[in-house]
Design a protein around this ligand. Structure first.
Ligand code: AHR
Length: 625
């Protein structure tokens, strides 16, 4: 085959094309990206969190008492905060009882590394109580130990640091009470010193680095369905997720567990800033998932109209929280959290895959118009509604177009065949209408093994068409991003992990090639592939982009054929003869769960072929002349 580029026809494309979609699904936040090692640190787990797999889900979850001369109950009289009323009440009749926490599937520690312990504590009789904080490995015994004492009859924060003597994956936290008396403990926390970029209350370094290595241009958060919840009361409220940790309001996660909100809007903004990615918060459009809430006052399915003004104000306040001066009400809160400089919020998503009912339309329109009026500088991303289900998708586009919403969010999860056969999906999109944010997509197979190299390669192939249509497709993000082994509600995901390993899928490496090799101009090219049937042609896809900042030309070619193919490249006035390029190849068998990656320097020669192995994704990048 021969690829002939037409440099003169280069067109600008979105600089934000490859981003990530972070949803708190699959234990992505607590027990996942959020580095807190203690599970149920706030004693706020509740049976209504509806854990699918655990009948013992209650305020004592992950906690136990060692020693029989003591009692452990959970109380809520005079707790540390209205949003966090429950705490552990220990009555110790003989020194030596321990309150133990098993973490999220145990705690993993590394030899020589520091772990910061903190807790709110009070001594009910007001007399001094001595504690020993231990990290205890089931196999190796005590790995670290420190003494603390409670001397106050009112809630006070106690802190200490522990250094582990050894590597271990089977650790629990044990707080031993060395005195007789009654004490309360709450917000019991253990954080590794090493977090991503070293932030306090930070993110797990290995997972965050893996995400950052995609070089995402934006991050959508906190969902997905988590953003709009499964009822009005479950709509994610950003104001509940900021401020001192003990004052944040935990919530039931609709995926069947508990959200502490420890990873909240401040931390999301900070993560985006650390990665150089645009923050894209998604806020419910006044309706929960499938308009499923009871609104009261005859407004079944949406936030009651009487509450909409406050709901809208909360969204306007979000812009002030992110961007406002430090003497504004919400800007001050950001500064108090340690970030006086604005976060430069430019995009807000309103709605997530909602049914486009009258209830939705009315509320979306109110929010959109009010936000536009208060903050015309913010680009609103609306929702196109569920794809291929009834008429919602067309209805979503209709209301989006009528209101001239700048960008609409589309979602689709399809088979590899769908992605191969629909490469022209955006070619005919009307360029005069809203732009597209392909907010959730993934190729998947039926059954248990839902992802392999073939699904990833079909995504790579489809992504060439996103670059080709980068004038109308502004942003795209694979979904979901991360999933904890043993706690996965949705398959496939881009990155799997457990307490000490991060396991990117082949699709991750595809996203990384696109994220690290993005361009701002698309260079049309002709693929000369003579005498081949349509089904063969469809299995070779390409895109050529230019990154103006580095003056780089980037060629991506997907070969989904079972045979290797040679291609020559003609870039017209860009002379490639003798140019040294970086060539990255991802290759595997269609059923493989892993992919082989090679990165080599190559010297390009006019008319000398580049070999595209069977089932491969090849990227060639060089600085143009
Ligand atoms: O990505 C998983 C889920 O898929 C999201 O929460 C939802 O928006 C979609 O249905």
């Amino acid at each position: 085959i021969k690829l002939s580029a037409q440099m003169a026809l280069a067109k600008p494309i979105s600089k934000l094309l490859t981003g990530v979609f972070f949803e708190d699904i699959n234990y992505a936040a607590d027990g996942g990206l959020y580095a807190e090692l203690i599970q149920n640190r706030d004693f706020e787990y509740h049976p209504s969190d509806k854990s699918y797999d655990d009948k013992n889900w209650n305020s004592k979850y992950a906690w136990s008492l060692k020693g029989d001369k003591a009692t452990f109950t959970v109380d809520s009289l005079n707790g540390i905060h209205l949003n966090n009323p429950h705490y552990a009440l220990l009555k110790v009749n003989e020194p030596g009882a321990s309150l133990c926490n098993t973490g999220f599937d145990a705690i993993t520690v590394k030899k020589g590394e520091t772990y910061h312990f903190s807790t709110f504590a009070k001594a009910f009789e007001g007399k001094n109580i001595s504690l020993t904080v231990n990290l205890v490995s089931a196999k190796q015994g005590v790995l670290a130990q420190k003494k603390l004492s409670i001397s106050s009859g009112s809630w006070k924060v106690l802190k200490t640091s522990l250094i582990s003597l050894s590597n271990a994956k089977d650790v629990s936290l044990e707080i031993t009470v060395n005195s007789v008396g009654s004490l309360g403990l709450d917000m019991v926390s253990l954080f590794p010193e090493k977090t991503y970029k070293g932030h306090k209350n930070g993110l797990r370094a290995d997972l965050a680095t893996t995400i950052a290595n995609i070089k995402p241009k934006f991050v959508r958060f906190p969902g997905g369905c988590v953003a709009h919840g499964d009822g009005i009361d479950n709509i994610y409220k950003w104001k509940n997720s900021i401020g001192p940790l003990e004052s944040r309001k935990p919530d039931r996660n609709l995926w069947g567990y508990h959200q502490t909100m420890g990873l909240g809007y401040f931390e999301y903004f900070q993560f985006c800033e650390d990665m150089g990615a645009e923050p894209v918060p998604v806020i419910a459009a006044g309706v929960p998932c499938q308009n499923s809430g009871t609104g009261g006052g005859g407004q079944q399915g949406g936030i009651p109209m009487s509450e909409m003004p406050q709901y809208i104000q909360d969204i306007i306040d979000l812009v002030e929280y992110a961007n406002g001066a430090i003497n504004t009400k919400w800007g001050k809160k950001r500064a108090e959290a340690g970030h006086p400089k604005p976060f430069n919020l430019k995009y807000i998503g309103i709605g997530n895959e909602d049914q486009i009912t009258e209830v939705f339309k009315e509320r979306f329109t109110m929010i959109y118009k009010a936000l536009q009026k208060a903050h015309p500088e913010i680009t609103v991303i609306g929702s196109a509604g569920p794809f291929f289900e009834g008429t919602d998708y067309e209805e979503g586009w209709k209301i989006g177009s009528d209101l001239k919403v700048p960008i609409l969010d589309e979602h689709y999860y399809q088979s590899p065949g769908w992605f191969i056969n629909n490469q022209d999906f955006y070619d005919q999109y009307d360029r005069s209408k809203s732009k597209v944010y392909l907010g959730e997509y993934a190729a998947s197979l039926p059954g248990g093994n839902r992802t392999n190299w073939e699904t990833s390669l079909s995504e790579a192939l489809y992504m060439t068409s996103l670059e080709r249509n980068g004038d109308v497709v502004s942003m795209a993000s694979y979904a979901p991003l991360i999933a904890k082994e043993g706690h996965t509600q949705w398959n496939p995901d881009l990155i799997y992990f457990n307490n000490d390993e991060v396991k990117p899928t082949p699709g991750y490496y595809v996203q990384k090639v696109y994220g690290q090799n993005a361009g701002d101009q698309y260079i049309p090219a002709d693929l000369i592939l003579t005498d081949q049937p349509e089904k063969v042609r469809k299995r070779i896809a390409y895109s050529i982009v230019k990154d103006s900042e580095t003056n780089s030309i980037i060629i991506k070619i997907v070969n989904l054929l079972p045979v290797s193919v040679n291609t020559t490249i003609d870039l017209g006035e860009v002379k490639i003869d003798g140019i040294v390029a970086t060539k990255a190849t991802l290759v595997g068998k269609p059923t493989d769960k892993t992919v082989t990656q090679t990165i080599d320097p190559v010297t390009l020669k006019k008319d000398s072929p580049i070999n595209l192995p069977a089932y491969s994704f090849t990227m060639v990048r060089f600085v143009g002349n």
